[in-house]
Write a protein that binds this ligand. Sequence first.
Ligand SMILES: [Mg+2]
Ligand SMILES: [Zn+2]
Length: 187
Amino acid sequence: MTQKALKPAVFLDRDGTLNEDPGYLSQPSQMKLLPHVGEGLALLRQSGYELIVISNQSGVGRGIFLETELKPIHARMNELLRPYGAEIHHFYYCVHHPDEDCECRKPKPLLIKKAAKDLGIDVSKSIMIGDKITDLEFAHNAGCRAAVLVLTGVGLEAQKNLKPKLSDFVAKDLFEAAKWIQQLPTP
Ligand SMILES: [Mg+2]
Ligand SMILES: [Zn+2]
């Protein structure tokens, strides 16, 4: 019996990478996609990547909003992505306060490992996109093929502290990141 081939994924940070980051986004009405995110995600989907959001949502652990409030926020995000054919089917998030020192907060690699196991993903063929240094460290800790920094959100600030080799590509935004990923040779 042949084993089903593991799929490549693009792991996506949420706030500042896909949507505007107002700080502890807690209402569906605050969900605003950054420019050309729909087109960029559609491009990645067409290139055969699973799209998986992995996000630190410490607003829950800080008592700012409830974990149940994340669902309507993600539903709103998908409502905005639907016209592009770029809906996100899988959301993973850490809800803990940073002081809790949990195992699932980025840059610890647990959530990539969990997603890979749940969904049949080959992490070594997968790529992480985010706007923080911790997103890039997360990709390295998990053993991703590449890590891409976007200069949206806090990306410009992150770029100033970027150590060599931490990022495989620095993209203006998610769309530019998607175009770079699209032209990569098949691993
Ligand atoms: Mg972010
Ligand atoms: Zn956690």
